[in-house]
Each structure stands twice: as structure tokens, then as C-alpha cells.
Design a protein around this ligand. Sequence first.
Ligand code: ATP
Length: 417
Amino acid sequence: MYLYIGIDDTDSKDGMCTTYICSVIIDELKYFGFEVIGYPRLIRLNPFARFKTRGNGALSFKLNLESKNYVKKVKEIVLKKVEKLSELEDDRTNPGVVFYCGEITEELKSYSLNVIRNIIKIEDAERFADKIGAEYYKFKKGRGIIGALAAIGCPDDDKTYELLTYRLPENYGKNRKIDYESVFEMNRATYPETFDNVDADNSYIAIEPHTPCPILYGIRGESPEAVKEAKKIVKVCEQIEKYAIFETNQHTDMHLVKADKINDLVQFKCYIVEGEVKDFPYTREGGHVIFILKDDTGEIPCAAYEPTKEFRDIARKLAPGDKLHVYGGIGEKGTLNIEKFEILELAKIYKTKNPLCECGKRMKSAGSGKGYKCVKCGVKLREGIKDAIEIKRDIEKGFYEVPPSARRHLSKPLIRS
Ligand code: ATP
């Protein structure tokens, strides 16, 4: 019989990581003779969930048990470890563990998609778990059961892999000792089978977390083989305690919902929405580039925030009338945070110039309200009409995306399209 186990909300901003707890549990289960089938799963949920610590990830894995009698022992191992390793003293840490024996039904998949695309309540998760006969364990408020159940049921039509290496506990919180040049070398050797691990344009390596968690680095890729190969190339100057490979829904665009119209957009959800650029983009304090997207039903401000770096230069090239598909999510401020956009149609834009004189010379203004005069031949025009000259657009139709350093976990890079 198959037993699915989901775990979430064990860590805090000050430490720990649910992927690490999951790896420790898997090692312990192995010690007792319980082997995981396939890879454990790291499932990213709604990026705007209010109580997330960082990347809103939940974990699950699957065991093949010879007999029902082993379920009790497995539960005991899992729950003991979650209790021991979770950051329970932190108010915001509310672990949840779910055990489920059964099929991954369409109903369960849609529950997961709902957690990835919407915001739900703990009671909704409880009600659904009761309905499908999943058993849940709540530590403190037990909010983690929302994600734990979603991690079990998440569809896997599209998936990627992440290899995570873990540090020795005595190194937690200290500077990570990663040989950056070897990371660029790994990227050159394995891209695009691995992706989003460096941001060459910004000389940035994207594999290193910037929190005191147990992870030393994480490599993203298309297959377990690719990330294993990449690990061989990355050099580090500190001991790796262990590593684990996770199957994930990262970089699949699973969080995006196609919106029919701008008026339908709701805060804290992520969309693909079509519209027309209303005015020229402007740069707000802090270096954020904003433009308004409109359709017949309404309008929404779209933002290329400062961390999206050179992507902002592309956004600045948009002009009124350009038709776009914008991919992104609506955050705290009600702005659509752009992950990427496709330019469907480019509008013609013009600049105006004084009229041409019969002699071929462009005329000068004769003063306010006095028309134009030609400085070459002296001709005057009382009411000349300015010429509209089309400006060549410095951007083409097609897709544009934020750099890897600004990519959301769920956002699909163009290289994967
Ligand atoms: P890390 O990435 O470091 O593991 P995290 O960012 O995943 O941390 P958690 O500590 O797991 O954050 O906390 C997120 C909490 O929000 C969990 O309790 C999870 O069940 C809950 N949650 C996740 N998605 C939703 C959602 N769509 N609606 C309501 N609650 C959610």
C-alpha cells in the first residue's frame, strides 16, 4: 500500500528549513527499512500567502508499505522528528503533517491547484482532509496542514528538479564558502539542462540562499541526472553534511490563471492578462518602472520593480497602444508584479517637427502664435501644421522576462517554454 506524507510550516526566518527536516525524516525511515518511492517533492504554493516564511514551499513523499501494520511506526517516526526539529518557539511557525493512503484523485489535484492559486483557510483544509480520509496532525495552530495536503496532491504534468546540499550545523549562519567561478563553469557546461542558477548579466550566482538556513546551495534543472552532473562541477570550501534531490513544481507557471478581462483581477492571485499600454511607462522613486495596462473593462498598474534590473529598460521601451500579455501576480500594493510579458502588437509612435519650407529647409517658430519662418529663404507661414514623423521602435514583438536573480520560484523561464 502507498502512504503519502505531507509536511509544512516547520521553519522560521531565523532558521531551519522544511526540506532539511524532510531529508532527515527520510533518512530515519530508511534506517528502519522504509524506502521512499521516487523523489520527495518540494511544492511551491501561492507566492502571496500571508503567513509564508520565504518561498512558500511544502514537502511530500510517498512510501510503499508492505503492510498496514507499519503505518503506526511511520507516523511515530515522522511526528517525533517534526516536533523535535521544528522552530516551535516562533509564533509564526505552525507545523502541519498529513498522512494519506489512497489515489491522487482529480479532486485532490484541484485542492492543490486551489492552494497554489488562491488563499484558503485552515478549516477548508481540515474539511477537505476529512472528506478524502486523510489524517492530519496540527502542531500549535497547525496551519501547515494547508500546504502539507497540497504538496501530496499537486499535479506533476510539468516538473523540474532541485538538488539541495546541506551544511554542517556548526556552519549555520556563517558565510557560505562557495567557489563562484565553479558555479559559472557548471552553468556553461550544463545549461539549459540546468537553468536559473546564475545571472550572468548581473554577475550573480542564484544557487546560494541569503538566510541562516541549513541549505548551502540549490541547483535547479530539468532532470535528476542534470542536477547531479552539475553538483560534480560546483566546488565548495566547507563540508557538505548531505544532499537531496527534490521533484518540484518550480518554474512551471502553475500559479498563473488566464484572466478574461482586467476587471476580473483579484489581489493575491497570479495571472496571464491581455491589455493595451495606456501611457508611456514612468520610473517611480526607488527605480521601479510602472505602466498602466487597460482593456474595455478596466485598468491595472503593472510594475517592473527595482530588483528586476535590466528588465526595467525593456519595460521603459513600451508605448501607448502596445498590446501585451502580462504574466504576474497582484501583491500588497494592488500592482501587477511582472514576471514576463509578450508583446503582441507594437503601436506606431510619432514625434512632431515644424513644417518643411518649399526650399526644403525645416522652418523655425516665428514666436508664440506667430506661425513659422524659414531662416534660409525668409518665407513665413501663418498657420503651418507640424509634421508627424514616425519613430522607429527600439523593441520587437515577442517575449521578455525578468532576469534569474528576480525570478519567482513558480515562474517559468522562457528557456523552458
Ligand atoms: P520555507 O520556504 O522556508 O519552507 P515557507 O515560505 O514555505 O518557508 P511556511 O513556513 O511553510 O513558509 O509557511 C507558509 C504557511 O502558509 C503554511 O502554514 C502553509 O500551509 C500556508 N499556506 C500556503 N499556501 C497557502 C494558501 N494558498 N492559503 C493559505 N495558507 C497557505
